[in-house]
Design a protein around this ligand. Structure first.
Ligand SMILES: Cc1cc2nc3c(=O)[nH]c(=O)nc-3n(C[C@H](O)[C@H](O)[C@H](O)COP(=O)(O)O)c2cc1C
Length: 149
C-alpha cells in the first residue's frame, strides 16, 4: 500500500487544519502519511502518492509557503510517471475568475508532470461552508483506494 504525502498550502491556517484532520483520518484507516508545510522537491520525488490541500491567496495565487515549492517543481520538472495524485482547493467563489486558483495551478502542474489524477479537482467554497474539513475528510476517505493502490 502506498503512503500518502500531504502538501498543505495555507495562509491563515484553514487548509493546514484540514490537512491535519485528513492525516488523522488516514492514520485511523491504517494509511501511512505525512503533512508537509515547508516541503523540498525531494519530499515530492520521494512521495509514493501526492495529496495537495491548498487555499488561494491574492488573485488566484498559491500561498507563500508553497510558492517556492511550486516554482521549483516547474523548473526541475520531476516526472511522476503515473504516480497517483489528488488536489483539494479551498477558495471563495466571491473572488470570481480566480476562484480556487491555487489548487488549479497545482492540478495543472501535476498533470503536466504526468501524475495520475484520481479525481477532478475538489473545490471547497468558503461562501458555502465554515467547516471545510467536514467536506474534505469524507471526500479523501473515498479516494483512499485510488491513492494508495
Ligand atoms: C487576501 C485574500 C485573498 C484571497 N484570494 C482568493 C482568490 O483569489 N481565490 C479564491 O478562491 N479564494 C481566495 N481567498 C479565500 C481563501 O482561499 C479562503 O478563505 C481559504 O479558506 C483560506 O484558507 P487558509 O486559511 O488556509 O489560507 C482569499 C482570501 C484572502 C484573505
Amino acid at each position: 500500500m502506498r503512503s500518502v504525502s500531504i502538501f498543505a498550502g495555507s495562509v491563515y491556517g484553514n487548509a493546514q487544519h484540514v490537512a491535519e484532520e485528513v492525516q488523522t483520518m488516514l492514520e485511523t484507516e491504517g494509511v501511512n502519511c505525512e503533512v508537509f508545510t515547508d516541503p523540498a522537491t525531494s519530499d515530492f520525488s520521494d512521495a509514493e502518492s501526492v495529496l495537495v490541500i491548498t487555499s488561494t491567496t491574492g488573485q488566484g495565487d498559491i500561498p507563500p509557503n508553497l510558492e517556492f515549492f511550486h516554482s521549483e517543481l516547474r523548473d526541475t520538472f520531476p516526472l511522476m510517471d503515473g504516480k497517483p495524485f489528488a488536489v483539494v482547493a479551498l477558495g471563495d467563489s466571491s473572488y470570481g475568475d480566480s476562484y480556487c486558483g491555487g489548487g488549479r495551478q497545482f492540478f495543472e502542474l501535476l498533470t503536466e508532470l504526468q501524475g495520475k489524477p484520481v479525481s477532478e479537482l475538489f473545490e471547497v467554497d468558503a461562501m458555502e461552508t465554515l467547516s471545510p474539513e467536514e467536506e474534505v475528510v469524507p471526500w479523501v476517505k473515498g479516494q483512499i483506494e485510488a491513492l494508495t493502490q
